[in-house]
Design a binder for this molecule. Structure first.
Ligand code: TYD
Ligand code: MG
Length: 466
């Protein structure tokens, strides 16, 4: 009997090696390498498919096209992220931490689409039919005509889908529970997840249904992360938020049929996910306007302006190496802002413990937040509360200059809508300046620092530790 060839596959990143190792060379994860059968896995496909030698047809790039047919779910926040609805014949991966609300989101989307007359099939590999029914009843959508199944075998699912009336949307919850007869490895291994995802993607292309795959993201290498299927699917959405907040953010990270920088904002309530049409109002809710160290940043998430509070606490440090803790922003970026404040503006801040927090659990990636962060830091350092009706945005350069950022007009309009009266920012062009807000433009960060420190109860150029 021929020896079965085995390979070793990292369950975290999918890299293969010829021998076992305690640590994956590709991604650095420990204990993630598992032995799997080689010639039954992915990559063995072409040999058995006998495709070799048969030519395919070459066509011109220019030619007749159809617009991608979309199936709007009816949930506006979800449709915004997918670019106007799920595309027929495409596969979408919805990833996120366990318990973040993926099943809830997709069940709500499924029922919304079914109410609008769509044919939706929901296959749960994690919950029994009764559990899904119970959840639907709790969400108040128990009456919707969604077809349910509790199944984990790919061949059974495909056979079921084939004989069912042509579905518009198929939801598979979750990809980690699927297993196929074609592969010997255990369910949940990279090979299983990859092969199952491939089968479902092929079904989407063949049948014209939109297929949504749910994938749990775990740091634990034992369950294969959905990262290995990211390149197979047409769109990847991440559902994020932290357990201590009720906000949930759906973010597109890959989309072959739309933009990837859009977010959808939801709030987890007793009755499931509520769509948040005006996130700024939610993020600014319960803001303490009298405390020093709080600045409102006028940010952009995709095409949508979002106002969010940035909180800083600068406290004397008892440690030789002061503590830096950042939630919701890049800590390297914080170090840069601190260095600029210290070197270019003569502010003695580096010896303090510094805590920075973006309220509401939002993660900000924009450099435009620099100015708001600097304002919050100086406000806390000098014990000088910032005006409650002011917003801040602008990028800080290493030379200490304040640089203008894109979409200033949109940011100003959103701030105006929420009752803000002043904006502190870099130099704007004249078109952007037409705004209801009083705009205070700065070219140098020192000017803003001076202004905030002037009304402070502590000077900025003295270490606050005695
Ligand atoms: P779930 O959708 O099961 O998460 P996932 O599929 O991503 O693992 O959501 C589970 C959490 O959501 C659970 O901790 C309870 C909470 N939840 C609510 O707060 N309200 C609700 O109406 C529902 C259905 C869930
Ligand atoms: Mg779930």
């Amino acid at each position: 009997m021929a020896r079965v060839k085995t390979t070793f596959v990292c369950q975290s990143c999918g890299a293969t090696t010829g021998q076992w190792a305690g640590r994956c060379d590709s991604c650095g994860e420990w204990n993630s390498i598992v032995e799997e059968m080689a010639d039954t896995g992915v990559g063995a496909g072409p040999k058995s498919a006998k495709a070799a030698g048969r030519p395919t047809q070459l066509v011109a790039l220019s030619g007749e096209t159809e617009d991608a047919l979309r199936i709007p779910s009816g949930m506006e926040e979800l449709d915004r992220v997918t670019g106007g609805g799920f595309v027929k014949g495409s596969a979408v991966l919805v990833g996120g931490d366990p318990g973040i609300g993926k099943s809830t989101l997709l069940l709500q989307a499924a029922t919304a689409l079914a109410e609008a007359g769509g044919n939706v099939i929901y296959v749960s590999g994690e919950e029994a039919v009764a559990q899904v029914r119970l959840r639907a009843q709790r969400l108040g959508v128990g009456g919707a005509e969604v077809k349910l199944a509790s199944e984990t075998n790919v061949e059974t699912i495909l056979a079921t889908l084939e004989q069912a009336e042509k579905p518009d949307l198929v939801i598979i919850d979750s990809i980690q529970t699927l297993w196929t007869d074609r592969v010997d490895s255990a369910p949940g291994t990279v090979t299983q997840v990859r092969t199952s995802a491939q089968a479902m993607t092929r079904f989407a292309k063949k049948s014209g249904a939109a297929v949504v795959l749910v994938g749990h993201v775990t740091k634990d290498g034992q369950i294969a992360g959905p990262r290995v299927v990211e390149h197979m699917v047409d769109a990847v959405l991440y559902f994020e938020g932290d357990a201590s907040h009720t906000f949930r953010i759906l973010r597109g990270v890959k989309n072959r049929y739309g933009a990837t920088d859009e977010i959808g904002v939801f709030e987890m309530t007793q009755l499931g996910l509520r769509q948040v049409a005006n996130p700024s109002a939610l993020f600014l809710d319960q803001r303490d306007t009298s405390a020093a160290g709080s600045a409102v940043f006028a940010g952009m998430e995709g095409t949508r302006p979002v106002l969010v509070e940035i909180q800083a606490l600068v406290a004397p440090s008892p440690l030789g190496t002061p503590r830096r803790a950042v939630v919701g922003w890049d800590s390297a970026r914080l170090s840069m802002v601190l260095a600029v404040l210290e070197t270019r503006c003569g502010v003695r801040i580096g010896g303090n413990d510094i805590y920075l927090n973006v309220a509401g659990g939002l993660k900000i990636g924009e450099p435009a937040a620099d100015l708001a962060v600097a304002a919050a830091l100086i406000s806390s350092l000098t014990d000088s509360p910032l005006p409650a009706d002011a917003v801040y945005f602008g990028e800080i350069s290493l030379s200490g200059g304040v640089r203008p950022v894109v979409h200033a007009a949109l940011r100003l309009r959103e701030a105006g809508k929420l009752g803000f009266e002043t904006a502190y920012t870099g130099r704007l062009n004249s078109a952007d300046k037409k705004s209801d807000l009083a705009v205070q433009e700065y070219t140098q960060l020192t000017e803003l620092v001076g202004r905030i420190a002037a009304s402070g109860r502590r000077p900025a150029n003295e270490a606050s530790a005695d």
